[in-house]
Design a protein. Structure first.
Length: 605
């Protein structure tokens, strides 16, 4: 009985058991047993049939992959073995006692029963969250995804004139009057007009004399439809958001208007009707709001990036049309292709331009001068629209990347035949090529020939694999993260370089090995599973990891936009709840495991 009480006591302070009802916890505890291991003992080996779910009570356990590479060093309250249990019951890693340790072992039957019965419990252990379904626009958007999280406030003693200056300086139409976290009232531009100017009121008086006391509010869980109904019924344009008695945000009529203005349909319409690059830039300036809107609607990350990239494609094609209007029709067929994130349809709120121009072999030197002018026009236009120049000059405006088809064929042949560091880098970018505008017939033969030649050259593929393993997930040894050590982004994770890029690199190698024509990373992984390049189990794990990492990156950027910041790729783990930190780290572990597997298979071949 004493042992059972100790197990219950430990579970009560360990997540996710700490949220279970007491009766359910006591029932589950009877399915645990206690096991002790000495330092160096193998708890289970890769390929073993798992005895159950392991939970460390004391000591530490090292987890290694199939090739002996360390995946993680687990400590007290960490679980292991769940990946295998949730699949076929076979261990996907090897677990070794790194010190004398005591573990609690939950039987497979009890574990699976709890997963099936308790959604919160299942989410904790499930590496791959279900792919989110699209919400239907503003009507189902939560206020928390629309509101300003850092609204402008002042105290009730603030002079009216100071409040007016605050509105002017912050470029807002309302100020919340607060006392600490408590909302006292609301002052709007209309109040300044109707109560101050129209009545010639003394502007040195406190703002409390003109504020609307106890304004109508909503809570963050309300939907966009609630906002519209309340605003229309009460004829108001500003709606404070209050949670648990605390003022947490503000939604205005401008936010609602901006939401509709940032819709994809509206943006496409406005871009199609834009007569100048300046008008186009005004449309693309809405992209951060558009990103926030898509993420707030809980769309899958690859749907979000596809929609964001669609805007870049439309801008590019519009600029190509403008260029032909400026310089006359193209003298010979040409193809404008995007590479990098645009080529993969994976643009986020932080994207530069990567593109090239492939010209028909019949082009004369005079014709090439035309295409150099066209390329400069389009690249300058993209930069003006927020797609900044590529730092590595991987752009069609650079003469190297504006060439006849025959030159492009020589480029790929050279990279494949002599895969040095530069060749690997260039091939990595160029294997993500996707036609955007012009004659697509120039692309298919080039892509087919390049994939065929690359897949047959084992040395080139080995170099590409080696290059793909240079970007590693940010995993620390003690169940933590390897964050940036110094500089502006100290203690943050680079969710691009160490988050999505390792997976993008894996997908590209799989595409080369399987001669897969698709450029999108998720589609490449799915194609690799179907082609037998990677196992179904490993592939599904990698897809789940990719979804987790890419979604965390987008949610970070959307949160920055909501707070009025410029989106970036640097996420602080401390900003995440413990549950999300745990799943993010688990996703990084899967990526490292797949990298190790790819490296091992390359070494054997």
């Amino acid at each position: 009985m004493q042992t059972a009480d100790k197990i219950i006591g430990f579970l009560q302070i360990t997540h996710p058991y700490d949220v279970l009802p007491q009766a359910e916890l006591e029932d589950l505890s009877t399915s645990f047993s206690r096991k002790a291991f000495r330092e160096g003992d193998v708890i289970y080996a890769h390929g073993d049939l798992l005895e159950g779910l392991y939970l460390i009570k004391e000591g530490s356990v090292e987890i290694t992959d199939v090739n002996g590479g360390q995946v993680s060093l687990l400590q007290k309250s960490n679980h292991f073995g769940e990946r295998g249990l949730l699949r076929d019951g076979i261990a996907a890693t090897t677990a070794t006692a790194a010190s004398d340790c005591t573990v609690l072992l939950l039987t497979p039957v009890a574990f699976k029963k709890e997963v099936a019965a308790n959604a919160a419990f299942a989410r904790y252990f499930n590496r791959g969250q279900a792919r989110p379904k699209a919400a239907s626009g503003l009507m189902t958007q939560h206020i928390s995804d629309l509101m300003a999280h850092a609204p402008v406030t002042c105290s009730e003693h603030t002079p009216i004139t100071d409040c007016a200056r605050l509105m002017r300086d912050e470029k807002v139409s309302s100020v919340a009057v607060t006392e600490g976290d408590r909302l006292l009232g609301l002052v709007t531009v209309r109040d300044m007009t109707n109560k101050v100017l129209a009545e010639n009121r003394d502007t040195s008086l406190p703002v409390s004399t003109i504020m609307a006391r106890d304004p109508i509010t909503l809570d963050p869980g309300a939907l966009g439809t609630d906002v519209i109904h309340v605003m229309l019924e009460n004829r108001i344009g500003h709606l404070p958001i209050v949670e648990g008695g605390k003022f947490v945000g503000m939604v205005t009529q401008t936010d609602i208007t901006r939401f509709f203005g940032s819709s994809q349909t509206q943006m496409v319409f406005d871009l199609s009707n834009a007569k100048t690059i300046t008008e186009m830039a005004a449309v693309t300036a809405r992209l951060p709001e558009f990103l926030m809107q898509l993420v707030g609607a809980h769309l899958a990350h690859d749907i979000v990036t596809r929609k964001v990239t669609d805007i870049a494609d439309i801008v590019t094609r519009r600029l190509l049309k403008m260029a032909e209007e400026e310089f006359g029709p193209a003298p010979v067929p040409y193809l404008w292709a995007a590479c990098g994130s645009q080529g993969r349809r994976e643009q986020t709120g932080v994207s530069d331009q990567d593109n090239c121009l492939i010209v028909d072999n019949s082009a004369t030197d005079a014709d090439m001068e035309y295409f150099r002018k066209l390329a400069r026009f389009v690249c300058d236009g993209l930069d003006a629209c927020g797609y900044v120049y590529c730092p590595g000059e991987m752009m069609a405006m650079t003469e190297r990347w504006c060439q006849r088809l025959a030159v492009w064929e020589r480029y790929f042949n050279k990279w494949i035949a002599a895969p040095d560091n530069e060749a690997q880098m260039l091939a990595s970018v160029m294997y993500d090529l996707r036609p955007i505008g012009g004659d697509e017939r120039l692309f298919a033969p080039l892509q087919k020939t390049a994939l065929e030649a690359a897949s047959k050259n084992s040395i080139f593929v080995a170099h590409m694999i080696s290059n793909s393993l240079k970007h590693t997930p940010p995993l620390g040894l003690l169940r933590g993260f390897a964050t940036i050590k110094s500089g502006e982004h100290r203690n943050a994770l680079d969710m691009k370089a160490n988050g999505v890029v390792p997976i993008v690199d894996l997908g590209r190698v799989y595409a080369l090995q399987g001669k897969l024509p698709v450029a999108n990373t998720r589609a490449r992984i799915v194609g690799a599973i179907e082609a037998g390049i990677i196992s179904e189990t490993g592939g599904k794990d990698l897809l789940a990891a990719y979804d987790t990492i890419a979604t965390a990156r987008l949610e970070h950027q959307a949160a920055q936009v909501r707070d009025g910041q410029k989106p970036d790729n640097f996420l602080s783990p401390s900003a995440l709840p413990a549950f999300e930190r745990s799943h993010l780290r688990d996703a990084f572990v899967i990526v490292r495991t797949m990298q190790s597997s790819l490296g091992s298979s390359s070494a054997r071949s």
